[in-house]
Ligand binder design. Structure first.
Ligand code: AP5
Length: 218
């Protein structure tokens, strides 16, 4: 039976960092809605143009296009064993849609690790983040620096700072998270799927906490 894990938490808490580690360990597909939008922006698709207009302001991309994008991604062969969802769902409507699409794929959301940290930690992480242009590998100028400044350790490509990591956009993203995504905490708690993880620890400690919490499934 396929395993589906949803990583929930505010912008910059470390969802992408931990999702990549988990995907490598388990062989589950890593599905990041933000990365999918950024790929569409890079290849100048219609979806990319639409997404960019929302992302630049720190707003959410509309539910209908986001849900359709994730449904298509989950139907690909590399998701047969399941997936780690990073950044989706982000609204109650997306969570309902996910539940329905997983019924169609013969599964359900198994566990929802909710990674937490205070706003000042998130801001420090996002303002120092450097992302690799080729494959989206993530570094931090202080907490996880690349061996050579400006160059990705894993594929040698250029590192850049995301447009939406500017302080005004970060502040708006955190506000949007509180208004539109935080309701999912009680949604998944009531469903008995929520597992709280302290994200205000070094990357390795968060990895250990997550591995222990997900032992039953991975
Ligand atoms: P998205 O790309 O999903 O951004 P996000 O959720 O805001 O999350 P981030 O990627 O900013 O942070 P993260 O938690 O993955 O942290 P990371 O591991 O990189 O979304 C971007 C935009 O796309 C949205 O604003 C929206 O417009 C749109 N969008 C996406 N999904 C959508 C949806 N479902 N519906 C509608 N719109 C959607 O880590 C951050 C930094 O901290 C890194 O530098 C890392 O090295 C460092 N770090 C990580 N962990 C630690 C640690 N434990 N200690 C110290 N440093 C750490």
């Amino acid at each position: 039976m396929a395993v589906y894990i949803v990583l929930l938490g505010p912008p910059g808490v470390g969802k992408g960092t931990q999702a990549k580690i988990l995907a490598e360990k388990t062989g589950l597909a890593h599905i990041s809605s933000g990365d999918l939008f950024r790929e569409n922006i890079k290849s100048r698709t219609e979806l990319g143009q639409l997404a960019q207009s929302y992302m630049n302001k720190g707003e959410l991309v509309p539910d209908d296009v986001t849900i359709a994008m994730i449904r298509e991604r989950l139907s690909r062969p590399d998701c047969q064993k399941g997936a780690i969802l990073d950044g989706f769902p982000r609204t109650p409507a997306q969570a309902d849609a996910l539940k329905q699409m997983l019924v169609d794929f013969g599964g359900d959301v198994d566990a929802v690790p909710y990674i937490t940290a205070e706003a000042e930690v998130l801001i420090a992480r996002l303002s120092g983040r450097w992302t690799c242009r080729a494959n989206g590998h993530v570094f931090h100028v202080r907490f996880n620096p690349p061996q050579k400044a400006g160059i990705c350790d894993l594929d040698g490509s250029e590192l850049y700072q995301r447009d939406d990591d500017k302080i005004e956009t970060v502040t708006r993203r955190i506000q949007v998270y509180m208004e539109q995504t935080a309701p999912l905490i009680s949604y998944y708690r009531q469903a008995g799927k929520l597992i709280e993880i302290n994200g205000d620890q070094p990357i390795e400690q968060v990895r250990v906490s997550l591995s222990k919490a997900l032992e039953r499934w991975i």
